[in-house]
Design a protein around this ligand. Structure first.
Ligand code: NDP
Length: 409
């Protein structure tokens, strides 16, 4: 792909806002950025902020990304080198179809999820591998923080520290406070579907399922402090189990405050998190979609959110320098991101920032040719070094420390 290249970003929420600002700050890679979403006023608001902060111009369009023909027509008109999907997981397959139809490369941050079933898995998108390969196109899946950076962290640890990773724990802590009684830090519908799903982790070559939010542990997060975290299922576990076959165990943990969990329990108990349609005053509505409509927009939480996020990987395995049977080593590779600093730079809180920056970096990897190939790929399939270097230089610096041993739970 050429640089500076032309990127078409789809979706105009918090993650998109960060990614488009960061692209505009790097015109040597992103020569032109076009932004299209369902609500054009949201695109225009992002374009205005980008122009005020960077002097760059972003062209905007209205598009329903579920309409493959309309999206293909838009792509044919604007002729991007790369489409960056920052809409919702429901749009992934339709946007991949539009990319195939128009000969365009593709990137996203979340794997496909059907609207009527709260379930996500890579198989639907991995099934596109041959079609992308035959078309000579590249699709990069999951270029956010988790999934995204967490997979790059795993391959970086494997490349530089551990010959093979035996156990991997991914820890996602949002130690921020937005000052609202209840709000989610990214799309409420997707967030609540994810949190209320059964937990699943990988152990001994099998998936072990446990009830949602039933395993709680406390961890002392760097720069945040002790927080309760809960075992969850998360999509990078599926691709990491496939691409790092030596893994004996892989788990994902996310922190939740007591107030968030109490609100969620009440909402679940009264049926507000259901995705089964109900009739209301002669009209069919989905309770979770109605709930989303009354909750704060994640993109609007930036001004009031204080505190930090800390997301990282704890990996245990055989050290590189002693590959033949020596004692194991445990390393913790993480990033800390400050909500208020993120807001000052792009007008968005740290959860959007920690997703939008890796989306920009993944797009840069593709445009610059650091990561290339024909087919559908996950983040851990490429050399982590150029990506890790850009994290340090574009707002998400990381730290690596050695721990005394793996997590004792
Ligand atoms: P938001 O809900 O804030 O934004 C989503 C945007 O997509 C909105 O502008 C919405 O339009 C637009 N959209 C929805 N449906 C369509 C459609 N059919 N056609 C065109 N545009 C559409 O979400 P976030 O910014 O918080 O999240 C964006 C993505 O990032 C999600 O897929 C989420 O799962 C993912 N994510 C990934 C993370 C990671 O670390 N990998 C972490 C956090 C999020 P409208 O404004 O009209 O509703």
């Amino acid at each position: 792909m050429p640089i500076p290249g032309h990127t078409l970003v789809i979706g105009a929420g918090g993650v998109s806002s960060v990614a488009v600002h960061k692209m505009a700050m790097n015109p040597d890679i992103f020569g032109k950025v076009t932004l299209a979403s369902r609500t054009i006023s949201k695109c225009d608001a992002i374009a205005k902020s980008v122009h005020e902060r960077t002097g760059q111009t972003v062209e905007t369009h209205a598009i329903d990304a579920d309409d493959v023909d309309a999206t293909s027509a838009l792509i044919d008109r604007v002729k991007p080198d790369l489409l960056v999907n920052l809409a919702l997981p429901y749009q992934d397959l339709n946007l991949m179809e539009a990319c195939l139809k128009t000969g365009t490369n593709y990137l996203d941050t979340a794997n496909y999820e059907p609207l009527d079933t709260a379930k996500f898995e890579y198989s639907w998108q991995w099934d596109y591998h041959d079609r992308f390969e035959n078309a000579g196109l590249m699709a990069l899946l999951g270029s956010g923080f988790d999934p995204g950076v967490t997979s790059v962290f795993a391959t970086y640890i494997k490349k530089h520290y551990l010959e093979s990773i035996r156990t991997l724990d991914i820890l996602d802590c949002n130690g921020g406070d937005h000052g609202q009684a209840f709000a989610t830090n990214f799309n409420p519908e997707i967030n609540i579907r994810e949190v209320t799903a059964a937990a699943r982790h990988y152990e001994g070559g099998k998936w072990v399922e446990t009830p949602a939010l039933s395993h709680k542990q406390t961890f002392d997060f760097p720069e945040v402090g002790a927080r309760n975290m809960y075992l969850m299922y998360h999509e990078e576990l599926e691709s990491l189990a496939k691409h790092l076959p030596e893994l004996e165990r892989a788990r994902f943990w996310m922190t939740f405050g007591d107030a968030y969990l109490t609100h969620l329990e009440v909402l679940q108990n009264v049926g507000m998190t259901s995705i089964q349609p109900i009739m209301y005053e002669g009209r069919e509505i989905v309770p979770l979609q109605f709930l989303k409509a009354v909750l704060p927009e994640p993109a609007g939480l930036g001004a009031t959110t204080k505190g930090k996020t800390c997301i990282g990987d704890i990996a245990t395995g055989t050290p590189r320098e002693q590959a033949d049977g020596a004692a194991e080593k445990t390393v913790y590779l993480y990033n800390v991101c400050d909500h208020e600093e993120a807001y000052r730079e792009t007008g968005n809180q740290a959860v959007s920032y920690t997703t939008g920056v890796p989306a920009m970096i993944g797009a840069a990897m593709m445009l610059r040719g650091d990561w290339s190939g024909a087919g559908v790929f996950n983040m851990e399939q490429f050399d982590p070094d150029p990506f890790m270097d850009m994290l340090n230089r574009h707002g998400l610096p990381w730290q690596l420390v050695e721990l005394n041993g793996p997590l004792e739970f």
